[in-house]
Ligand binder design. Sequence first.
Ligand code: GDP
Length: 317
Amino acid sequence: MFEGLSGRLGDVLEKLRGKGSISEDDVKEAMREVRVALLEADVALPVVKDFVAKVRARAVGQEVLKSVTPGQMVIKIVHDALVEMLAGEVGGAADDEDEDERSARKRDRVTEALDLNTTPPVPILMVGLQGSGKTTTSAKIGLRLKTMQRKKVLMASLDVQRPAAQHQLAVLGEQTGVDTLPIIMGQKPVQIAKRALDEGRKGGYDVVILDTAGRLAIDEELMEEVAEVRKITNPAETLLVTDAMIGQDAVVVATEFNEKVGISGIVLTRVDGDSRGGAALSMRAITGRPIKLMGTGEKMDALEEFQADRVAGRILG
Ligand code: GDP
């Protein structure tokens, strides 16, 4: 991912890097090229506009242009603005955990990216379009919670549209050794969700992962169904799973799910693919919700914490 964007931005910034002096016009010209590069990578227009305006305003400051290494400073400004675009702030989410506390137990940045501090069984709701990677990511999260945090996890598929989907989760459950709710045909998603939480309580589970149905495109019925499930389960996390290859549709999908269902975070899948990646760059800015995790392959351990500064570093090469 990001190869095209990375190459384009690299070229623009390379021109600035070695320069002993930079004029306002140099910055303007560079920002014009940055703008085109971001748009071509599928970053949403309003996000691009904000980004360019922010960088331009910071870069034409006198201290920058008059400094000994103006090119380097502009590159740093672009990097920081990218991190802000991806994380909402420089440095990403605040991590105020005590170092002793941290070393006292095994660290796992993936499960720690999730906010699961409610009374067990803690529900996690997975939402998104069909084929975005919800079921795979559910099982990845389940496995991770089980192995790294020693949590007892129950997974349930609420996809009554496609019986194959329920079966798929059961297979992944067997593969990972994570329990799945027995399938009862004919139940509605809300009934399955209630049954899952009930079983979660009775069975002494720490976490219940609810994998919802997705359509190929957004539709009202799907949104209402998912919103209803969210209302009755009150999940600690509602994760929108999105394929990094989604392109410009990302804006519509993220906005719809955020407005109609309400999401707490985003999981970006297929980051291992060769998509242009701009969708990923827009999601945080559009929804105001953090990108928490990223899927980096089909295997069950291919799940990583989304670290904005590392991703920005990768984009800038
Ligand atoms: P769902 O319809 O949203 O539940 O999507 P699935 O979980 O069934 O995933 C659809 C396909 O994408 C499957 O073939 C998965 O193996 C694949 N997939 C999911 N996440 C990733 C990822 O991070 N990387 C890659 N390469 N493939 C993935």
